[in-house]
Design a protein around this ligand. Structure first.
Ligand code: NAX
Length: 324
């Protein structure tokens, strides 16, 4: 057996945590022969609840879990971590607009960014807590010793939602759909690009009307989070946890040649301003991701990318005081 990976999860007593921790512990993310040491971070008032979660994890007797620590100290939680899931953040409260939420959550990611400076230099960070792209930007900014390429944000749930819509429409399993990915922000503006995707080995663009792909399909994917809240009375938690597992698993173990979505600090790819955390098409192999840089852009894709750049520039401006 290899040495255990230290896996840190924030907001571990929350709804996503309650699904995510069991998937991590069962080996779905890092492999069925990879032991893990769980390091769980919560705010002080939620530590009792976290103890209950830890008791249940112990009661699940996972063979791969070597230890479980719960703490409210971010520096201790992240020290020498190999993988970090930044899930914890503040939900939007009554009367809060998006700018208030961005600014309230941005502050959390200043402190956590400083603590993330202590992860292993080759550690991997996924930001799930919203607004995840901009929270990731803030966290990476405050961890100067860690290459900002180790910081990512999650648009895999949007990708999976798009795959799910296509698969259900044709009555096939999701595994028949390949190379769907997301451009931009994890927000209503994001763009699920299917121009290079296949379903049952044939191009998606030959099996669906263009008007549907750019209309109802796009809208369904973009507003799926709200539809789930309306139907379930609670936000997507199991599917979000599943997407976080997919994201981190592919980064560690590879995407088998498939294009997947990861929001990354831009290095100027596709004209996206450097540093903006933007979802790009990537392939993962040998523990690293590589942006697929040579995809042609049509006018629709260019317009959607521009719309997302503008939205993310606006979010960045809202946290300018946290980026000094
Ligand atoms: P919950 O409110 O159930 O849980 C959040 C947990 O985070 C709570 O236990 C809280 O005590 C903890 N927390 C708050 N501040 C913290 C801090 N500074 N350090 C450590 N823990 C802290 O929310 P949940 O449903 O689990 O969702 C978590 C986040 O994921 C939210 O921001 C949500 O908006 C976001 N999502 C992101 C998605 C994505 O695709 N990127 C999709 C699902 C989800 O909406």
């Amino acid at each position: 057996m290899p040495a255990p990976l230290k896996v840190a999860v924030t907001g571990a007593a929350g709804n996503i945590g309650y699904s995510l921790l069991w998937r991590l512990a069962s080996g779905d993310c890092f492999g069925k022969d990879q032991p893990i040491a769980l390091s769980l971070l919560e705010i002080t008032p939620a530590l009792d609840k976290l103890q209950g979660v830890i008791m249940e994890l112990h009661d699940s007797a996972f063979p791969l879990v070597t230890s479980i620590e719960g703490t409210d100290d971010a520096a201790a939680a992240f020290k020498d971590a190999d993988a970090v899931f930044l899930v914890g953040s503040r939900p939007r409260g009554p009367g809060m607009d998006r700018a208030d939420l961005i600014s309230a959550n941005g502050k959390i990611f200043v402190g956590q960014g400083k603590a993330l400076n202590g992860i292993k230099p080759d550690g991997r960070v996924i930001t799930v807590g919203n607004p995840c792209n901009t929270n990731c930007l803030v966290a990476a900014h405050h961890a100067p010793d860690i290459d900002n390429g180790r910081f990512t944000a999650m648009t895999r749930l949007d990708q999976n939602r798009a795959v799910g819509q296509l698969a259900v429409s044709k009555g096939v399993a999701a595994g028949a759909v390949k190379d769907v990915f997301i451009w931009g922000n994890h927000a209503d503006t994001m763009y699920p690009d299917v121009r290079f995707a296949t379903l049952s080995d044939a191009p998606v663009t030959e099996q669906f009307e263009d008007a549907w792909l750019k209309g109802e399909f796009l809208k369904t994917v973009a507003t799926r989070g709200k539809a789930i809240i309306n139907a379930r009375g609670a936000s997507s938690a199991a599917s979000a946890a599943s997407a976080a597992v997919d994201h981190m698993r592919d980064w560690f173990l590879g995407s088998n040649g498939q294009i997947v979505s990861m929001a990354l600090p831009s290095k100027g790819w596709y004209g996206v301003p450097e540093g903006l955390v933007f979802s790009f098409p990537v392939r993962c192999e040998g523990g690293e991701y590589t942006v697929v840089e040579d995809l042609p852009l049509d006018d629709f894709a260019k317009a959607k990318i521009a719309e997302n750049v503008a939205a993310l520039e606006e979010e960045k401006a809202a946290v300018a005081d946290l980026l000094t």
